[in-house]
Design a protein around this ligand. Structure first.
Ligand SMILES: [Zn+2]
Length: 409
């Protein structure tokens, strides 16, 4: 049974509780070792990060890690992809099968269970976990790395990003422009917004807030990964997100080393070569480091490099993974990737985030609250069947890439 033709579109409609119990169910049926770690909460007692671990049958040489729901409201797509892969690849569907003799597979489900359950992008402390994922052990000794990060660009546009944006017209009025919200992206240059959203550590009620300490969720995930890793030479981590990029188009984001002439560059180059090999034979160079891959009539798949000079995001999970490997990167292949499936236009998604953040802190009106929340869900998990089908195609695409990775490295 091919993934794309199953009637499993409802996978994307599962809320936290259902997704969680189905994930654990599939894991147990497939013989995985399951791990459930409680996430502390003041309002709920059922928040867990769950993991399914399938150790290699013989000597483990390949370590595969898939993570969903680091941004809670984005969890449905990643969770659906994990469950599809666990169902088909693990149980020996018609997909070519991952070489389980030499590969260990770790699925971490719902990294931000609070956000998954209550449809927020951030966790219960309003922290964006993909700006907070500094090494938890190191932080105990050296302090929280985010504390020294300043983001003057966020401060510049803060009055807009933390305001009550009832409508595009209100934004237009606020910034004195006829073009509405869209003009935020141009009036001060798109660069300001892009840099503002790289993360800020100063305004706990703002958006893209990175917190004051490594959050429990990040520490838990780091520990699960560290406990399952047995020094495999080759490793691939995929961190599933939605909301960034073109509609129904999936892109792979890599982060080059901070020092482009430093000691990790040869490793990064080798990792990129491998990335092209496993995702497609026909990757074509595009502009600005965007490489487009086409497969038959599928929507394009992109491999994109974040240029550290333009976008200085810190505290990302993939960055943590790279630091976790450290010098081990000089051997074998260590890929740490963010997978993004695009939804609506960037200005629309951001508007929805701003409104949801404002209502979270200020509104008591339940009806209006639920409308703003369901709006946010639509931005990150569109109900459109075409979009949902693109997520399942991504599962298939990723599944094949993992099979190649497990066999060819
Ligand atoms: Zn995300």
């Amino acid at each position: 049974m091919a993934i794309a033709d199953v009637s499993n579109l409802q996978l994307l409609g599962d809320g936290y509780e259902v997704a969680r119990s189905r994930f654990l169910d599939i894991a147990k049926r497939g013989g995985a070792k399951t791990i459930s770690q409680a996430v502390p909460s003041k309002i709920a007692d059922d928040l867990f990060i769950d993991a399914a671990f399938y150790p290699a049958r013989k000597k483990s040489e390949v370590f595969i890690v898939l993570i969903s729901g680091q941004h809670g409201v984005e969890a449905p797509a990643g969770s659906a992809i994990q469950r599809r892969l666990m169902d088909s690849v693990m149980a020996g569907g018609t997909l070519e099968v991952i070489d389980r003799d030499r590969s260990s597979v770790l699925m971490i489900h719902g990294m931000n269970p609070y956000g998954f359950k209550f449809s927020r992008r951030v966790n219960e402390n309003n922290v964006d976990l993909n700006r907070n994922c500094f090494d938890a052990e190191q932080a105990k000794i050296q302090g929280f790395s985010g504390a020294s990060i300043v983001n003057p660009n966020y401060d510049k546009v803060r009055s807009i990003l933390e305001s009550d944006l009832e409508s595009l017209a209100a934004v237009a009025k606020r910034i004195g422009s006829e073009q509405g919200w869209k003009s935020v992206f141009t009036f001060d240059g798109f660069a300001t917004i892009a840099k503002a959203l790289t993360g800020q550590y100063k305004h706990p009620r703002g958006i893209y807030y990175g917190g004051t300490q490594v959050e429990a969720e990040c520490a838990i995930v780091q520990k699960i990964i560290a406990d399952c890793f047995v020094g495999e030479k080759n490793s691939i981590l995929l961190n599933f997100h939605t909301g960034l990029g073109k509609w129904a188009t999936t892109q792979i984001l890599t982060t080059p080393p901070d020092d482009l002439h430093g000691k990790f560059m040869p490793a990064y180059q080798r990792e990129l070569d491998c990335l092209y090999k496993i995702f497609s034979q026909k990757a074509q160079g595009g502009k600005d480091g965007v490489h487009q891959i086409r497969r038959g009539d599928q929507k394009p798949f992109f491999i994109r490099f974040f240029n550290p000079e333009n976008v200085m995001v810190q505290g990302e999970l993939t960055q943590w993974m790279n630091s976790f490997f450290g010098d081990r990167r000089s051997e074998g292949i260590k890929l740490a990737l963010t997978i993004e499936t695009g939804t609506y236009r960037g200005d629309k998604v951001l508007l929805s985030l701003v409104r949801e953040n404002f209502q979270h802190w200020n509104l008591k009106d339940k009806d209006r609250k639920s409308k703003v929340t369901s709006d946010l869900c639509e931005m990150f998990n569109p109900r459109d069947p075409q979009w949902q089908a693109s997520v399942l195609r991504t599962a298939e695409f990723v599944g094949r890439a993992l099979v190649r990775f497990s066999r060819e490295n």
